[in-house]
Write a new protein. Structure first.
Ligand SMILES: [Zn+2]
Length: 739
């Protein structure tokens, strides 16, 4: 009986367990689309139906089984790490607090349970642009979703209410400022779950505090429904506050991993920073990126410099009028390859999954801010790069901002500690990811292989003696001077300032001639970075000792310093990572062009049609039929129906052009060629899928087929192979050759 009723509800996807009798061409008895696709798991089919009757041979599956939904609505074959447990708990109606890294697939953890549960799920989020995108995404996938925000047109609002009244809506997104007056409405429409995104906004200490969020607790007690709260950043203190304010009994807490292995991490000491930024951005033309600056003025001049280099760039800061800012956000969201040069004001409302890099041209304010800002890159899980520039002036600026702020003293010292954590990361001597994760309470035993220090280890030296000399100069000049003057004293340079203060008479004068001026600058920067010396705003920024310096001063501790980073700064100009092999690049370009045309016609961001990841997989795998298309991650039944044949046409069009090297082969030879080709596609990013992209040209593969080497060294000697490719592909190729 219940199953029967379920069929009669309207506008929802149904998930049916296939029985022995069902075949791919069975449809429901009414006209509505029924997709019994081969690509669904063998046991399930999905039916989009206003069907009055279930088709013969199908019985509705248990809604508790989330997998069919995962594939058909979201297009994924598997959950990302951590998602499954959370989905289970939320779907079962338990209170949940989930701390998940940005890009960990947070929204799916409430969207999916919303579809599994009866009634409406209300989603509270402070990010209007993000809410609208999610609604668009869900609708595109065939899910009834709507939003009530200040950004709505009257018509949109009207539609939402109609859908609610007819009992069609599954997800209702609600702006925080509407919570207080929405109680009666929400009671009437049968809300069964309250999902709170960016839950840290409830914390009065946090930088994103939203007073409206305090209303959520009241709403929950009125509605008596479970709450699922999500956030990407929450230290233990904030976590406690979220629990106190949103729940009346302890929720299931999920502390997701903080690692984002697809983000590469790099820091560089400032050395003509504008050139450093341009050197990074220019080779990455065509990629979307954010460059963060500490000042408004700088965003404008840097954006101009990037434009002059022939790359589309916009500046963005809180001083621009709202229309200009919104235009910039929309442009960034929609266009491929736009660079936004911004202050931190940019980002809260941006949920663009395919940002390929984030550059900090100035040091961020804390390790949390750093993590959140770099976290905007690579949300699609594909490789993305980050680079952070820093120098002594940044340290001075950030310290001053904290000291001159209005926060109470204990808060200031906490802020200094957070800044210290970031500086420690900047001055790290081993894997940065290990240091970063350690701060967030995660330990990791070995280097990540995807940070600048793993890729080119830094030279260190025992800096104890140098540090003592620096301290001595600080001490004997009364803790009144900055690094510039102190270095003159150490190197024995008789400037007017030195002579005027009789500092050339100090025993310290000239005791540090073994280091050049730039070398001393890096030593002082590191001592400041390690918070052994701190600029004192009451002494015009003169450097003073901190408590942490005491053991060193007393000779009870030693210190290891980096040999330097200035000479290494030039190396930040690494080659950008390729997204697909050279041979697949033209097809990817064609797929992107098609996507852009569709996105422009529908006035939506490109990734709403398909994310980059899906297009890249299409370009690599080159599906030849609609069924094969469904095997691509990110393509569910509805997307297939809407876009499948359009993109298939692009791919099969491109497929005609077979490489001449392959055309000349037949039978076994051709077969071997194809197997080598498949092996190289599989290993293009190594076994882990995270290594540097490598590929062999078709001519190289043809050469291998011709020569059929039997050993690794033989393979390595083939023209176009070399040691690196032999190491990556060698074993697999030899397997194929001996098969
Ligand atoms: Zn590393």
């Amino acid at each position: 009986m219940e199953a029967r009723e379920a069929w009669q509800k309207k506008g929802r996807p149904y998930f049916a367990r296939k029985t022995g009798r069902i075949s791919t061409d069975v449809a429901c008895n009414c006209d509505h689309m029924a997709t019994f696709s081969n690509a669904m798991s063998p046991a399930y089919a999905v039916i989009y139906a206003n069907c009055a009757e279930p088709p013969p041979g199908v019985i509705p599956a248990l809604m508790s089984d989330a997998f069919p939904l995962l594939k058909s609505i979201f297009g994924f074959d598997a959950f990302r790490p951590g998602q499954e447990e959370i989905v289970k708990s939320v779907a079962a109606g338990r209170d949940v607090l989930a701390i998940m890294p940005t890009g960990g697939g947070k929204s799916l953890c409430f969207q999916l349970p919303a579809l599994m549960r009866e009634g409406v799920t209300v989603v509270v989020s402070p990010l209007i642009a993000l809410m609208r995108d999610q609604v668009r995404f869900l609708r595109d996938a065939g899910v009834a979703a709507g939003a009530l925000t200040s950004g709505n047109t009257e018509e949109e609002t009207e539609d939402v209410f109609t859908a609610l009244d007819e009992g069609r809506l599954k997800l209702l997104y609600l702006a925080p400022e509407r919570i207080a007056r929405s109680g009666p409405l929400l009671k009437r429409i049968g809300v069964s779950l309250l999902a709170v995104d960016e839950a840290h906004c409830v914390s009065q200490w946090g930088h994103d505090f939203r007073p409206d969020y305090l209303e959520i607790g009241k709403l929950r007690s009125q509605l008596k429904v479970p709450v699922a709260a999500f956030t990407a950043t929450a230290d233990e203190e904030t976590r406690g506050e979220i629990i106190r304010r949103l729940f009346d009994q302890p929720p299931d807490v999920f502390l997701g991993g903080f690692d984002r292995p697809n983000l590469s991490l790099a820091f560089a000491a400032k050395d003509r920073p504008r050139a450093q930024v341009l050197d990074f951005v220019i080779p990455r033309k065509g990629q979307s990126g954010i460059v963060y600056c500490a000042s408004r003025k700088k965003t404008e001049s840097l954006a101009e410099a990037i434009r002059q280099a022939g790359i589309p760039a916009l500046s963005y800061h809180a001083g621009l009028d709202p229309d200009t800012r919104r235009d910039a956000e929309v442009a960034f969201q929609r266009e491929d390859g736009l660079v936004v040069v911004a202050t931190v004001a940019f980002g809260m409302g941006v949920d663009k999954p395919d940002i390929r890099y984030v550059v900090h041209s100035d040091l961020p304010s804390s390790i949390e801010a750093y993590y959140q800002e770099i976290g905007r890159a690579g949300r699609d899980g594909e490789r993305a790069e980050t680079l952070t520039l820093y120098g002594p002036e940044d340290i001075r600026l950030r310290r001053t901002q904290i000291d001159e702020g209005l926060a109470p003293n204990e808060r200031k010292s906490a802020d200094h500690a957070r800044l210290n954590a970031l500086l420690g990361l900047a001055e790290a001597t081993a894997c940065r990811r290990m240091a970063l994760l350690r701060y967030f309470g995660e330990t990791r035993d070995e280097g990540c292989g995807n940070c600048d220090l793993c890729m080119s280890p830094v030279e260190t030296f025992d800096g104890t003696e140098a540090a003592r000399k620096a301290f001595s100069a600080v001490l004997r000049t009364g803790e009144w001077f900055g690094a510039g003057h102190l270095i003159d004293v150490l190197r024995g340079v008789s400037t007017d300032k030195v002579k005027a203060r009789n500092h050339d008479k100090l025993p310290t004068f000239g005791c540090g001639q073994e280091f050049s001026k730039p070398e001393w600058q890096t030593i002082f920067r590191q001592l400041m970075g390690l918070d052994l010396l701190r600029p004192d705003p009451e002494r015009h920024g003169g450097l003073r000792f901190t408590e942490a310096a005491r053991p060193l001063l007393k000779g009870e501790a030693t210190i290891t310093l980096r040999r330097d980073t200035i000479t290494r700064a030039a190396r930040a100009r690494a080659e950008p990572v390729a997204l697909v092999s050279e041979e697949d690049a033209p097809l990817l370009g064609a797929l992107k062009a098609k996507r852009r045309a569709l996105a422009e016609a529908a006035k939506v961001p490109a990734y709403v049609i398909f994310p980059d990841r899906t297009l890249m997989e299409m370009a690599r795998v080159r599906p030849g039929s609609l069924d094969e298309m469904l095997g691509i991650s990110g393509i569910g039944a509805k997307k297939l129906e809407r876009y499948g044949s359009i993109f298939l046409e692009v791919i099969t069009g491109a497929r005609e052009a077979v490489h001449p090297a392959r055309l000349r082969m037949a039978g076994d030879t051709g077969d071997l060629f194809d197997r080598l080709q498949a092996a190289q596609v599989r290993l293009a990013r190594g076994e882990t899928g995270l290594d540097v992209y490598l590929s062999c040209t078709k001519s190289t593969l043809a050469k291998i087929v011709e020569l059929r080497p039997r050993t690794l060294s033989g393979l390595e000697a083939v023209q176009g192979m070399g040691p690196q490719k032999a190491e990556r592909f060698g074993t697999a190729f030899l397997d194929e050759l001996s098969a």
